[in-house]
Design a protein around this ligand. Sequence first.
Ligand code: ADP
Ligand code: ZN
Length: 726
Amino acid sequence: MSSTNKHRRVRVLLPLAIGDVYDYRAPEDLGIVLGQFVTVPLGRREITGVVWEEALNSDFPEARMKDILDILPSPILPEDSRTFVDWVAKYTMQRRGRVLRMAMSVPDALYPKPPRTGYRFTGHQPDKLTPARKRVLEIAAEGPAFTAADLSNLAAVSSSVVKGLAAQAVLERVHLPSEKPVMRPDWQRPGSRLSMDQDAAAKHLVRMVEQNSFDVSLLHGVTGSGKTEVYFEMIAECLKQSRQALVLLPEIALSSQWLSRFEDRFGTKPVEWHSDLSQAERRRNWRAVIEGRADVVVGARSALFLPFPNLGVIVVDEEHEASFKQDEGVSYNARDMAVVRGKIGNFPVVLASATPSLESLINAQSDRYTYLKLPSRFGGATLPDVHIVDLKQHSPGSQRWISEPLREAVETTLDSGQQAMLFLNRRGYAPLTLCDTCGHRLQCPHCSAWLVEHRLVKRLQCHHCGYTAQTPRQCPECEAEESFKACGPGIERLAEEAEMLFPDKKIATIASDTITSPRAAAEFVGAMERGEIDLLIGTQIVAKGYHFPKLTLVGIIDADLGLAGGDLRAAERTYQLLSQVAGRAGREALKGKVVLQSHIPEHPVIDAIVNQDEEAFFAYETSARQDARMPPFGRLAALILSSVDAESVSGFANLLARSAPIAENFIILGPAPAPLSMIRGRHRYRFLVKCDKAMNIQALIGNWLKGRKVPSNIRLQIDIDPYNFM
Ligand code: ADP
Ligand code: ZN
């Protein structure tokens, strides 16, 4: 070997917000391979990163080159995961280090846990058998081996008792495996007998897994048609092929019903991934994924960044849900990125929904996606009848929200022993509280938003930053006493009205602030199933996937609510949400009924819901988007500038505007103060960028921003394909 040969150099990607790749020397004895987790020096720190690529033309001076220090005892970050990080970073216009950070969200998991020590009863008796010792030995005799912590907890003694017994060789030390084993789902258990439609859809999905190639299917089935049963068949096939499966659900923490169904089908729960896991669970699950021991993972959007070495299918359930879009930090849409991940890994992806997004429907229509339709509810359950109540004719009266026809329907339902639900997408008591004397509105001090009164917890809350305060007795403006008045309804206020109308019924209110944990969700589901609730009053949280056989009436208090506000997807979201809510009614033998209150029954969206005319809605919305060249017929991106200093942010926004590139069909709207012009004390300006579908919006924005330094007191957030326009 010639002595002029330079040492091998590699580029290491560091999981830092500002991070990208840095060159390091790869000492020969370490045996560096791409994808390895390694520690490297950075300034005075030591940081863990990933060996990303060979540094072939590195011209960094040899003298200043630093060595990779160590390799972490973990499997490598698989090549597909690395390609995915690169892809997402480029698409979302974020630093790669920032995206890598999402794939390395559990740094501890890079080190295997040290083996645990267990204690086993040897059969020898101790010199003195105290009651505490006796309890320990009784428990120790029951199992092969326990940790000292388990033994002392179970026997309710201090750990010194266990240690003492070990010292006398009454207990002996043994090695326990370092990780609790992950249970493996059993694909050989029989699934449900499928209907003809279900079977046809399942056959296609199973074939795609067998072929082991990229394909996207849109599984479009009305609520209750059995989409879950269908994609379970695909997961079974994936398990049979010894590959891993990932299911993304929008509200995984609340999906106790889904988890039990999975367990019924496969004999064990899947591996979960969401923000409600403990640190120890996150560690265990991340490690199980990268070691290929997690066969099926069900998770929130961030599960896409788990380091699967052998992924064979992704299911995105409720694919239309806006919560798949993350709009802070790396703003990505997990539904779209799931498709990208499938393309990279060369495996099938399924998007399932009763009310697919317009984007996915158009992709199915143009044959980019395979369209699988389940047209009817399983087992002959029929879709509910929808009745409209025109609020212009049936006004509930001042400070009231339940019209007479709706009241009658609820009464009839409850009197026959069935359950009913009232839907209103507004948390708290009232959306606005104002002074009756001077009209002063209670506003958040940190946001340009009203404070919402929550009577149950006796607080005012800002729904944007979480600020809370007590309702003041005196108006801060005119000093009038006890003069605050609630305006409009929230679910708490609606519950008051319902209690008046149905005094002897059991009424419960459910919102995201009352159901905050998997346990709370499971308790709520249990109470509904046992009939401990007659009338349920809830926000959109009740629209999601629940299945209550005795719930036969759904009342929609204000169908028009979501239509206002000038959001690109306002009509689509209203249609989806109301259809999903309506889909909660009458899911089994009992026929369901929906009563929908509206001031504008003639609006095409309301009309389409009443007539359950999906195609009419689709046609209406498609032509509206086409005319406006809005997604999916054009591209959109938002640039949001924010700062605690109002002047510098508006100044910088105007400066940017002056250097905006001029290109045909590339339109920049703004800068304008954002509709929420202040959040958490930060002043916000927005640009909305729009261009043709064929244009590369990232490149155009990149050129615009090139060489322009964002002042350090200003934050620039780029949001490609925005869902949030506030
Ligand atoms: P979706 O997800 O389309 O709303 P689900 O998969 O939740 O529908 O199915 C609705 C109900 O019908 C569930 O209780 C499910 O167990 C039942 N079901 C669906 N398909 C079958 C089948 N092939 N055999 C037995 N039960 C089924
Ligand atoms: Zn606020």
